[in-house]
Design a protein around this ligand. Structure first.
Ligand code: FAD
Length: 144
């Protein structure tokens, strides 16, 4: 089966108030994980400093349909597509939707790629975002 990888970032509209933030992220992740298992999609979502960045990988028609829904979602705006390319293998085979970006270790990882003041996706290309999310997710996986 041909697998495609899509990378985008967006401006998030989720309140930074702790309770509403947690509810919104929990909602997004719960819905994503159900839909993505159904659609054979894997990937990871990053939240930091008012932005989302996400990698979706799976069959082209499913990735495109999911991205269509995501673009309509009012919990974020200014969705910028950075890449949609065929890939030989998945980078997130064990994640219906991983979530990264809030731990101290992740902050150190941002600094390592020159983002010392936090994650600013407009300064990264699609491949850099993909590698960053892949590495953060892998660290999370290895910590279990
Ligand atoms: P339903 O859950 O029935 O939702 C119907 C409509 O209500 C949709 O238009 C939805 O956008 C809207 N909606 C639902 N809950 C809320 C809410 N709390 N606030 C505002 N609007 C709401 N979906 C995936 O399937 N896979 C993903 O990987 C994925 N990643 C996402 C990443 C981000 C950053 C965001 C913001 C959303 C993401 N979503 C993802 C959710 C996606 O935007 C749709 O909400 C979801 O796919 C709709 O699922 P559904 O068709 O089962 O509709």
């Amino acid at each position: 089966m041909n697998i495609y990888r899509l990378v985008y970032y967006s401006r998030n509209h989720v309140s930074s108030d702790d309770a509403s933030y947690e509810t919104a992220v929990d909602d997004i992740l719960a819905k994503s994980r159900v839909n993505n298992v159904r659609d054979n999609i894997t990937g990871a979502l990053l939240f930091n400093s008012g932005c989302f960045a996400q990698v979706l990988e799976g069959p082209l028609d499913k990735v495109e349909a999911t991205f269509e829904r995501i673009q309509q979602d009012e919990r974020h705006s200014d969705v910028s597509l950075l890449g949609l390319d065929p890939v030989s293998q998945r980078s997130f085979p064990n994640w219906a939707m991983g979530f990264v970006g809030l731990s101290d270790a992740d902050a150190g990882r941002f600094a390592a790629v020159g983002l010392s003041s936090g994650f600013d996706p407009s300064r990264l290309n699609g491949e850099q975002i993909h590698i960053l999310l892949r590495d953060l997710t892998m660290e999370e996986e290895n910590s279990f």
